[in-house]
Design a protein around this ligand. Sequence first.
Ligand code: G1P
Length: 289
Amino acid sequence: MKSVRKVVIPVAGHGTRVLPATKSIPKELLPLVDRPLIDYVVNEAFDAGIDHAVLVTGRNKGAIEDYFDHAFELEAGLEGKKKTDILNDVRNTIPKAGALSYTRQQAPLGLGHAIWCARQIVGAEPFAVSLPDVVMDGNTGCLAQMVEHYKKTGGNIIAVERVAPEETNKYGIVAPKGEAVGALFEMSGMIEKPAPGQAPSNLAITGRYILQPEIFDLLEKTPRGAGGEIQLTDAMDALMKEQSFYAFIYEGVSHDCGDKLGWLKANIALGLKRPEFASKLKDFLDDIS
Ligand code: G1P
């Protein structure tokens, strides 16, 4: 079985749910404590043994490429002032040369289309997809846990979690095959953003996927679906007729940082985990509540 070596990260979106914060910066560069969202998502993939991230960008997203490159003036200034710790933090953001590739989605035609834009770079091998709005937090990364399962099952695996029944129209929703028990179970179908009452369950797709390359041919044929966009969920539902598909429940927490409240909560949750901030932040929260 071929191993998962690449992750596709779609970063072309406008960040509509967090405007105006994202009017002039990519939403992927919103900070969580002291690092931008994209840093967490790329490093989660590298920690899972993936060695190549393909970022599907769009216009006005050049600052993401700059984040992962040297900033010579800044580094020289820090070096001159002997600010070694900060300099090291800045340099640690730079991945190994060649570990990132960029391709552009020229028009906002949906998540499925964004993933399809990466087909030439991914080639004929299994690959992961990570949505940069979703930051996963747990003892081991979500993709690392999924890759471990994948080594035993092969096929396709997508992360899911339970949501409130009235919120199914915000997510892709899966139908488990039989009962949804344990961390990994098979599915019989999935649908993008069903109205409450029409959803097959309350198990929502949460932004981490391991997919087989046959998805690309299906994406090419997928008509526009929910919201008038080419949906990854529709192509996965078609692939499910031919290949095994598992839903995976992550042992950890997911933060939806593409949402204002979700982003605020994530900053507090991750801030409380940092030894240098934890007790002062907790005192502050106690004081103001
Ligand atoms: C996308 C996917 C959806 C998934 C969601 C998770 O939707 O299409 O299936 O549940 O991400 O965040 P979007 O949030 O881009 O509308």
